[in-house]
Design a protein around this ligand. Structure first.
Ligand SMILES: Nc1ncnc2c1ncn2[C@@H]1O[C@H](COP(=O)(O)OP(=O)(O)O)[C@@H](O)[C@H]1O
Ligand SMILES: [Mg+2]
Length: 289
């Protein structure tokens, strides 16, 4: 199956970067997003996340390498038709209703979905009753959900979301999580940039961490988190063995029982995505100068 996104040796050097002693904003990034996959894009400020997203959208021209969206070269009309995008700092005209905003964007996206698509998308993001509400009288969270609906017009193969939950309360965040799950179930893919690591950990199938224009770590949140020890629940309370792994559990239980302990529970712990992120970024020199 064709990947929703495939970047190969993707490079960007902004004009004047060398003179200012900066390296490439992107130094040859290979990243693949499979159909239906939700991928978190993480990295410190200046890492190159927005540059990557903008190249994929066709807003920035790469200096080298390629970015294909559902097989179509970034920047072409064919690629744009397969892409949805919600910018981090978007602002819609306050006088437009939700319905009118989506109508405008359907025109821009050349979507023939009509009122059926608008109603479906508003329902999906929990704004089914807000079709006639003006952007200007919406809360920040409602606007962000409207933005998400807008990015889904035309059923794009790849949805690019820059910090989509930053203005949302916990209920709004749970809703976005559900929406992302729904997209994934339909075979649509999501590339999600966020600093909310606990959240990315919950929604992303895979995480790509970039720093100084390089991909420095990649994998499922669970794999990246790594081993975190094993916790036993005994009559005396819980006891954590930080160096044990899953394979050690049967022997350790035997030892405990032989010692006269009663074992009520056992839990394999994993490191968090936050720990993995900090480890990777520190190892690779952190923020760009
Ligand atoms: N339009 C631009 N012109 C020159 N340099 C830029 C421009 N946009 C970004 N950069 C530089 O490229 C690097 C990566 O930036 P960016 O992609 O915005 O990172 P992030 O989104 O991860 O914070 C930084 O060093 C930044 O200063
Ligand atoms: Mg950015």
């Amino acid at each position: 199956m064709t990947a929703a996104l495939q970047t190969t040796e993707l490079r960007k050097q902004y004009p004047g970067a060398q003179r200012k002693g900066r390296g490439d904003a992107l130094g040859g990034v290979d990243l693949t997003v499979a159909p239906g996959e939700i991928v978190g894009l993480l990295g410190p400020n200046g890492a190159g996340k927005s540059t990557l997203v903008k190249i994929v959208c066709g807003l920035v021209r790469p200096s080298g390498g390629t970015a294909l969206i559902a097989g179509q070269e970034a920047g072409t009309r064919a690629a744009a038709a397969r892409l949805g995008y919600l910018a981090e700092l978007f602002r819609y005209p306050p006088w437009l209703t939700a319905e009118a905003l989506l109508t405008t964007h359907q025109r821009l996206a050349r979507s023939g979905g009509g009122s059926g698509e608008r109603a479906e998308l508003l329902d999906l993001v929990g704004l089914g009753d807000a079709a006639a509400v003006k952007v200007g009288s919406m809360s920040k969270g409602m606007q962000q959900r409207l933005g998400l609906a807008q990015s889904l017009i035309g059923r794009p193969a790849l949805v690019l979301l820059d910090e989509p939950t930053s203005a949302l309360d916990p209920v709004g965040r749970a809703l976005v999580r559900d929406v992302l799950g729904e997209l994934s179930a339909r075979g649509q893919s999501v590339l999600l940039s966020s600093h909310l690591l606990a959240e990315v950990e919950q929604v992303a199938d895979r995480v790509a961490i970039i720093a100084r224009g390089q991909l420095i770590a990649e994998g499922s949140p669970r794999d990246l988190g790594g081993a975190g020890g094993v916790e036993f629940e005994l009559a005396s309370g819980t006891s954590l063995h930080p160096t044990l792994t899953r394979d050690d559990i049967p022997d350790e239980i035997e030892r405990l029982v032989a010692r006269g302990e009663r074992v009520y529970g056992v839990r394999e712990l994993r490191g968090t995505l936050e720990q993995a992120y900090l480890r990777a970024v520190r190892e690779h020199g952190g923020e760009a100068p």
